[in-house]
Write a protein that binds this ligand. Sequence first.
Ligand code: SF4
Ligand code: SF4
Ligand code: F3S
Length: 266
Amino acid sequence: ASPGQRPPVIWLHFGECTGCSEALLRSMYPWIDELVMDILSIEYHETIMAASGHQAEENLHKAVEKYKGRFICVVEGSIPTKYNGAYGKIGGKTFLEIAQDVCPKAAAVICMGSCAAFGGIPAAAPNPGGYKGVSDALGIKTLNLPGCPNNPVNLIGTVVNYLLMGKLPAVDELNRPLFAYGHTIHDKCPRRSHFENEEFVLEFGSEEAKLGYCLYKMGCKGPETYNNCPTVKYQGGLSWPIQAGHPCIGCSEPDFWDKMTPFYEE
Ligand code: SF4
Ligand code: SF4
Ligand code: F3S
């Protein structure tokens, strides 16, 4: 695509661990350089841009003004809302102020990861900073790509849909695209026949674990978790939690850190 066609992207970081950006940097279909140089026009991203300090602030300000109403705002991280947002600041402004300023000026706001979509780990109880997902914190509609981290192919699929169709993909009631979150992990799990045959792993390192039996009794939350990990896997299709022998902990569901725990119990 020519530079004129590449959608400008402004990527904001709030309360998060940068794991979602790290997952994106390991994207293989397409590779990250192709994504950044040929498919998108990333105007601002604190992890990968060269600018820092006042120059970075200026870049953000200029990009927002230049592409107002046209840019895609990707948000990674949740927003602290208590004490006037005092739990998180960049360049003297709270995350809340930055989000309130930038997000409404975007053509679309895409929440990358469970933090931005639903609050994620920063919002786990007792949540002293009052962290919330972007939609909740700002009272706006966002397209949600939960997962901790979110699989970068889900961002790429969303952006490609936007480029080809001129709109965001169809979503469920939590504003997650159906192409990625239309089925549970359990629906597509390669260990499903073991579940049906009641062949369960009861201990890590056991003979049953080696045989690849179902992880339900080790606490697997696959039956309650909507995501496409079994079909797309991570790191360019290399592996994913259940393939590696670990139960799904429900990382893409709202409040997973509180609602899916204890992780290793049925
Ligand atoms: Fe990190 Fe998980 Fe939040 Fe992504 S969703 S930024 S991986 S804590
Ligand atoms: Fe379902 Fe989990 Fe068992 Fe897979 S390992 S069949 S997702 S309970
Ligand atoms: Fe997360 Fe479960 Fe996939 S823990 S990465 S949704 S298998």
